[in-house]
Design a protein around this ligand. Structure first.
Ligand code: UD1
Length: 326
């Protein structure tokens, strides 16, 4: 298929573009390179440097003709979204409306959307399935939920079939080492631990060790980005075959605590990783854990690389080499 990957130079988007190319799809990446990296682009894919707020460029690009699109272009700092909501309204919601309008007018009628477990908010039961109430705790999560609602309407009225993929905690790097762009100022646990391991920041702050978990630190469902990327390819195939929309969790169903992540990283990297326990971060639940049975059933998707060792080792390969260049 001919696929437009919007946000395809970013951390997850580049892994998705890679997986599509590996499955013999034709890929065009559309990215404004605000957080995406030129080194995340592949020579086999076309590239359009563009913003999702630039409606005319989106429409011109989509007029080239695509069998489907994958939309991963978004701001994703949950904390920031609570004090700069306007940025999130504009980039996430207005930007997606532009994409939907261009897709409707250019008849691109398969739409894979990068959604988030943030749509659920504080879990009321575990593991979280797709029927769990949606009650986002931050504005970022609200934008993702609102976009899912927009998608349902464009499905009903314009026949755009969508797959909303609710990611849990994406982590890791391409297991074959083909993607090496680092995230700038990462806010998520594993890249921060890696920056400490690589000597790029002095120490890790552990946000609380008095949670109701096996060691008191926050437990999350980490999903390897290669497994995530594979789910996007399978979602496109599903849309092509079934012509039905879909909303699914993508998680590994395995919980890792902050302390376990740090300990395993110490072992794998041989680095000391100084860490201190500080206060809890506002809005952080103790445990977030998915059930991904629906994705397994309807997409035939299973995780292959989401064990703690692969998550850490594949990420260290990238951080280690960046560190050596310094
Ligand atoms: C965060 C977002 C969430 C988003 C998800 C995936 C918040 C409150 N939530 O989830 O909306 O969907 O990323 O992008 O921002 N931790 C530390 N020290 C650090 C960083 C993290 O102890 O420096 C801990 C956290 O308290 C948590 C775990 O590590 O227990 C994972 O944190 P993080 O990577 O930020 O992801 P989430 O908070 O799960």
């Amino acid at each position: 298929m001919r696929i437009l990957v919007i946000g395809g130079a970013g951390y997850i988007g580049s892994h998705v573009a890679r997986a599509l190319l590996d499955s013999q799809h034709e890929v065009t990446v559309y990215d404004n390179l605000s957080s995406g990296k030129p080194e995340n682009l592949f020579s086999e894919a076309d590239f359009v440097k563009g913003d999702i707020l630039d409606y005319p460029l989106l429409e011109t690009t989509m007029k080239r003709g695509f069998n489907g699109l994958i939309h991963l272009a978004a701001l994703k700092a949950a904390g920031e979204s609570m004090y700069e909501p306007e940025k999130y309204s504009e980039n996430n919601i207005v930007g997606t409306i532009n994409i939907l309008n261009a897709a409707a007018r250019c008849k691109v009628n398969r739409f894979v959307f990068s959604s988030s477990a943030a749509v659920y908010g504080e879990p009321t039961y575990l593991p979280i399935d797709e029927k769990h109430p949606t009650n986002p705790e931050n504005y970022y999560g609200f934008t993702k939920l609102e976009i899912e609602r927009l998608l349902s309407w464009y499905d009903k009225i314009r026949g755009i079939k969508f797959a909303a993929l609710r990611y849990f905690n994406a982590a890791g790097y391409d297991v074959d080492g083909r993607i090496t762009g680092l995230e700038v100022d990462p806010e998520n646990l594993l890249p921060i631990v890696m920056e400490v391991a690589a000597g790029m920041r002095p120490k890790l702050k552990i946000f609380g060790d008095d949670y109701e978990t096996r060691d008191g630190t926050g437990l999350r469902d980490y999903i390897h980005v290669t497994d995530l990327a594979d789910a996007h390819v399978k979602a496109l195939n599903y849309l092509e075959k079934k012509n039905e929309s879909l909303m699914v969790n993508l998680g590994s169903e395995t919980g890792i605590t902050v302390k376990e992540m740090v300990e395993s990283t110490r072992k794998i990297t041989g680095q000391p990783i100084p860490a201190e326990v500080v206060d809890r971060r506002a809005g952080d639940p103790a445990v977030v854990l998915a059930t991904a049975k629906l994705a397994q059933k309807v997409l035939g998707w299973t995780v292959k690389h989401s064990d703690v060792n692969t998550l850490i080792a594949s990420t260290w390969e990238v951080y280690k080499s960046h560190n050596q260049k310094k």
